[in-house]
Write a protein that binds this ligand. Structure first.
Ligand SMILES: C[S@@+](CC[C@H](N)C(=O)[O-])C[C@H]1O[C@@H](n2cnc3c(N)ncnc32)[C@H](O)[C@@H]1O
Length: 211
């Protein structure tokens, strides 16, 4: 049985057990990813873009697309008024597809959940669509995002409910109590790929750095 009942590339990435395995599986999926996600009616990029535009003034720079993949979020950010967007992803193959779209000012191959190659407070905002999910990144990815986003900056994340209920929500609670962030919006659970049977719902959250 594939991960969470999904077949093919999607099932395989949900079942990955190490970051290296995740990177390798996405490298192999990169060339068909955009077409398959379009077929599945993939919603995370649109939802993240809407939430980002609600809280981050046009012209804010720079913005980080964390787990950018092939650039399904980045390809719209320039059009809606964010002129400087950097991409970070663990998969070289996904970043190569993103690079061909010419929408990112810089691309970084790096792993969320490890120390990231950016100065404190470097980004005005961070968006991460479809990355805090089963077999990918959990609450361990949050602290570095908070460090590299400037005080008052906004972080928009989607989080699979299986991850949310398994340590993510409690870590958000701790960080909120400690004054390191505030939750400014959270969606109701929604299905990110209506065309895929058995998709576990996700939520999208908007965090403001510094409480
Ligand atoms: C479902 S795709 C989402 C890509 C893009 N944000 C989108 O919405 O199409 C998940 C992405 O997260 C990346 N990823 C998984 N684990 C990661 C990690 N620890 N650090 C950085 N990227 C990671 C994968 O390589 C893949 O490109």
């Amino acid at each position: 049985m594939s991960g969470q009942g999904h077949e093919g590339a999607l099932g395989a990435v949900y079942e990955a057990t190490t970051p290296e395995e995740v990177a390798q599986l996405y490298d192999g999926w990169a060339s068909t990813y955009d077409a398959e996600m379009a077929q599945a009616g993939y919603r995370h990029p649109s939802i993240c873009l809407a939430l980002l535009a609600r809280y981050v003034p046009a012209g804010s720079t720079p913005i980080l697309d964390a787990g950018a993949g092939t650039g399904l979020v980045g390809e719209w950010l320039g059009i809606i008024g964010y002129p400087e967007v950097e991409a970070l992803d663990i998969s070289k193959g996904m970043l190569e597809v993103a690079a061909r779209k010419n929408v990112y000012t810089r691309l970084h191959q790096a792993a969320l959940g490890t120390p990231l190659p950016f100065a404190d407070g470097h980004f005005a905002a961070i968006v991460s669509a479809g990355v805090f999910t089963t077999g990918h990144v959990g609450p361990e990815g949050l602290d570095e995002l908070l460090r590299i986003c400037r005080p008052g900056g906004v972080i928009v994340l989607t989080v699979k409910t299986a991850v949310w209920d398994n340590g993510f929500a409690s870590r958000i609670g701790e960080l909120t109590s400690g004054g390191r962030l505030s939750v400014i919006e959270q969606t109701d659970p929604y299905v990110s790929m209506p065309g895929e049977a058995g998709t576990v719902p996700s939520v999208a959250v908007v965090l403001r750095v510094g409480g």
